[in-house]
Design a protein around this ligand. Structure first.
Ligand code: SAH
Ligand code: SF4
Ligand code: F3S
Length: 468
């Protein structure tokens, strides 16, 4: 077991005192920030911390980047072309900088942890002031103090995997919140860049997680989503505890109605977790369980460490334990060496499981990962064709899955509204992640209402509110 490191309180206090000093200058000037986030929930969550720190420094939030005094891109590098797109986006900010020379431009996130990228950005774009990686968010006050003093800097801290507790955060959503339980990943799936840019897996202490969840629920949040690249391996680096125990520990937090988690890794989703989902009443009946491929040969080459049969067995056990459970998944097509036959094994698995939804990707080689160096790379046109074929099948399965819900009534958390000309359609989710649209008043936003499903359209369920 490796020793976990925490950012020392004295260091956090030093950063907070820099915040206080900066605030005296920034607040009276009415300056604003704009943070644009790419990538997964990890980055969304990090952006909330960044926004929290900027708020503590005295910045307000700008409605768009054209009106902001500080623009920050939080980047992702899980797929190809992200770098080219980012370069384009940053290039386009030059005009804004010319119109407002005081504008501060920063770039952060996973892509900045890739070798050489941070330095390249500073060299290539003189209008970029600040570049930083995923391990040094807590040092943002110090970094900004340098920027205000006229420096341009890059800070990536590759070696520093310390956990920073108690950072400020600005969360937009009053009803639903993400809470990190682990950082990093130890799995090294052969296609994936995440372990290289997010570092080794580190678990937060259960008490710290519970305290954060309790504080959120006390402030009116009712839905919590626990975040980790592989939530099921939570606590592997602690003296004791497990993901199943964490679910039980959080289940009775006052005010909590829905407890979600993602992502689950099939190799670590054990019977204790299945039992915890069944026996707790707040844990939602939805598991995002990325399968990646239906072929054992490909799963082996991906280093996923489970077989098709083991995956299907977990699905079977979960359905047996929790009959109304729904599954979503991630699938990659065109992994190196994937034959037509192996691809058809993925199609047959999708057919067999009946996922409520699937996030599907054409394999894209990431520099530095083993799969990028494998022979038998699949031509782009074959990958695209397989992706269409898979998406077609999943679209049919989604329709089939939707049909099951006609006539069903359940409690929906209202998440948003769409103005459709003559009527306002609200939408929200049942606890098992199925989304329903229904006509209603926007005052119901963030509330729980009973909704009955009337019909299934191609991609969505349409229902009506049931009173009483
Ligand atoms: N930790 C999570 C998610 C990781 S990234 C998990 O393990 O489930 C989200 C998804 O992006 C992955 O599940 C995978 O399907 C996809 N992905 C990651 N690297 C990829 C690559 N090089 N090419 C195509 N898709 C990729
Ligand atoms: Fe990437 Fe695999 Fe870790 Fe997920 S579990 S982040 S796919 S290495
Ligand atoms: Fe992207 Fe980083 Fe998430 S690479 S997918 S934002 S962990």
């Amino acid at each position: 077991m490796s020793e976990r490191k925490f950012v020392p309180q004295a260091e956090l206090d030093r950063q907070f005192s820099i915040c206080d000093q900066l605030k005296k200058e920034i607040e009276p000037r009415g300056l604003t920030f704009y943070v644009e986030t790419f990538g997964c929930q990890m980055n969304v969550r990090d952006s909330e911390t960044i926004k929290g720190i900027l708020t503590n420094i005295g910045y307000g939030e700008a409605p768009d980047k054209e009106h902001a005094d500080l623009i920050l891109y939080n980047t992702c590098c899980v797929r190809e072309h992200a770098e080219k797109r980012l370069m384009g986006n940053i290039g386009a900010l030059k005009e804004l900088k010319e119109a407002n020379p005081g504008l501060i431009i920063g770039v952060c996130g996973c892509m900045m942890q890739q070798e050489g990228v941070a330095k390249k950005l500073l060299r290539r774009f003189p209008h970029v002031n600040l570049v930083f990686g995923t391990h040094v968010l807590h040092r943002l006050p110090e970094m900004l103090a340098h920027v205000f003093a006229g420096d341009r800097l890059a800070m990536t801290g590759e070696e520093d995997f310390a956990i920073a507790e108690g950072l400020p955060q600005l969360r937009d959503n009053p009803r639903s919140a993400f809470v990190n339980i682990t950082f990093g990943c130890n799995n090294f799936c052969t296609y994936c860049i995440v372990p290289y840019v997010r570092g080794r897996e580190r678990s937060r202490d259960p008490e710290a997680i519970r305290a954060e969840v309790a504080a959120l629920c006390a402030s009116g949040v009712t839905e919590i989503t626990l975040l980790g690249q592989n939530v099921n391996s939570y606590a592997n680096d602690l003296e004791s505890g497990s993901f199943a125990e964490l679910l039980s520990l959080l289940n009775d937090v006052p005010g909590l109605k829905r407890l979600r988690f993602m992502s689950s890794h099939p190799k670590d989703l054990n019977d204790d977790v299945i039992r915890a989902i069944r026996e707790t009443d707040k844990v939602c009946h939805h598991v995002h369980l990325p399968v990646q491929s239906g072929s054992n040969a490909i799963l082996r080459r991906m280093n996923r460490r489970y077989t098709r049969e083991q995956y299907l067995e977990i699905i079977r056990k979960l359905r047996e334990a929790v009959p109304d459970i729904e599954f979503t998944t991630d699938i990659i097509v065109g992994f190196p060496g994937e034959t037509e036959e192996m691809f058809h094994e993925t199609l047959s698995l999708v057919e067999e499981v009946g996922f409520a939804a699937a996030f599907t990707f054409a394999y894209s080689p990431r520099n530095g990962t083993p799969a990028a160096r494998m022979e038998d790379q699949i031509p782009e046109d074959s990958k695209k064709r397989r992706l269409y074929e898979l998406n077609d099948l999943q679209a049919q399965k989604t329709v089939e899955n939707n049909q099951k819900y006609i006539g069903y009534t359940g409690e929906l958390l209202v998440e948003g509204c769409d103005d459709r000309g003559t009527e306002t359609m609200l939408y929200g989710k049942y606890q098992n992640f199925k989304m329903v649209y229904f006509p209603g008043d926007p005052s119901l936003l963030n509330r729980y209402v009973n909704v009955r499903v009337l019909r299934a359209e191609r991609n969505s369920l349409i229902g009506e509110q049931i009173h009483g």
